[in-house]
Design a protein around this ligand. Structure first.
Ligand code: B12
Length: 210
């Protein structure tokens, strides 16, 4: 692997967005393939971030800073990425459910999924069940829902009902999360998966698509 790609990897781990952009640019300038910079630099670094988080060596702030650094490199790389450079892990639609405006955790999950190679459609906050259902019609393979309020977590069930009405429930995997959400709640409402944090969200989505 080239020295510049190794520098991209290290700069993401350090959460240094400016250095990430500089090293992505030098890696491109010396002729590295954009897909290689993505996979061996940015995505490999986010995998490591996820592992450090699970080992208790990184916390939410470090994960957010690394994810933002990764995103800034991704922005620079995107125009150079030919479709066949990127092996997409699958298409995920994610949003915070109706009535809920909390989005920090959801954004973190979206960034980690993007870092892991998923194509992510972020519907934002206060999302109507019909909007999730529409994305399922458009071919989303995974639906991710976030809720931070005990009053809004019940709206996750409304989304699952809306998806069932499309007749495509068996075509899509549904994963839920957010501070008040538990594995048991996920099972009760008929979701396929639950994750307590962003790095396990990536693992759960990968497993559900296997
Ligand atoms: C920041 C914050 C806000 C900010 C939100 C800013 C924003 N852009 O998000 C503001 C100030 C706007 C806000 C408003 C309110 N808030 Co508030 N807020 C918080 C706070 C302090 C932190 C939440 C947070 O960002 N955590 C950090 C992230 C990284 O963690 P996370 O969201 O849990 O996400 C992780 C996991 O849960 C998981 N995850 C999350 N989503 C998903 C999705 C999927 C698919 C998967 C797999 C995993 C996953 O991965 C994430 C990353 O590791 C919490 C307290 C707390 N400690 O949780 C209260 C809290 C959630 N808020 C609360 C309340 C009551 C409110 C208000 C009603 C207050 C008011 N009276 O106006 C309003 C509601 C507004 C609304 N309609 O949504 C209560 C909820 C109580 C309850 N039992 O329902 C809390 C718990 C505070 C408290 N202790 O009372 N809030």
């Amino acid at each position: 692997m080239s020295v510049s790609i190794e520098k991209v990897y290290l700069a993401v781990l350090e959460g240094d967005a400016i250095a990430v952009r500089e090293h992505v640019q030098s890696a491109l300038d010396v002729g590295n393939n954009a897909g290689e910079i993505l996979n061996a630099g940015l995505i490999r670094a986010m995998d490591e971030v996820g592992q450090r988080f699970e080992a208790g060596e990184f916390f939410v702030p470090e994960m957010l800073i690394a994810a933002r650094a990764m995103q800034s490199g991704l922005g620079l790389l995107k125009p150079h990425l030919a479709d066949d450079d990127v092996h997409s892990s699958g298409k995920v639609v994610i949003g915070t459910v109706k009535g809920d405006l909390h989005d920090i955790g959801k954004n973190l999950v979206a960034m980690m999924l993007e870092g892991a190679g998923f194509k992510v459609v972020d519907l934002g906050t206060d999302v109507d069940p019909a909007k999730f259902a529409e994305e399922v019609r458009q071919g989303a393979q995974v639906v991710g829902m976030s809720a931070l309020l005990t009053t809004t977590m019940n709206n996750m069930k409304a989304v699952i009902d809306a998806i069932e009405e499309t007749g495509l429930r068996t075509e899509v995997r549904i994963v839920v999360g957010g501070a008040p959400v538990t594995e048991e709640f996920a099972r009760q409402i008929g979701a396929d998966g639950f994750a307590p944090d962003a790095s396990s969200a990536v693992r759960v989505c990968k497993t559900l698509l296997e």
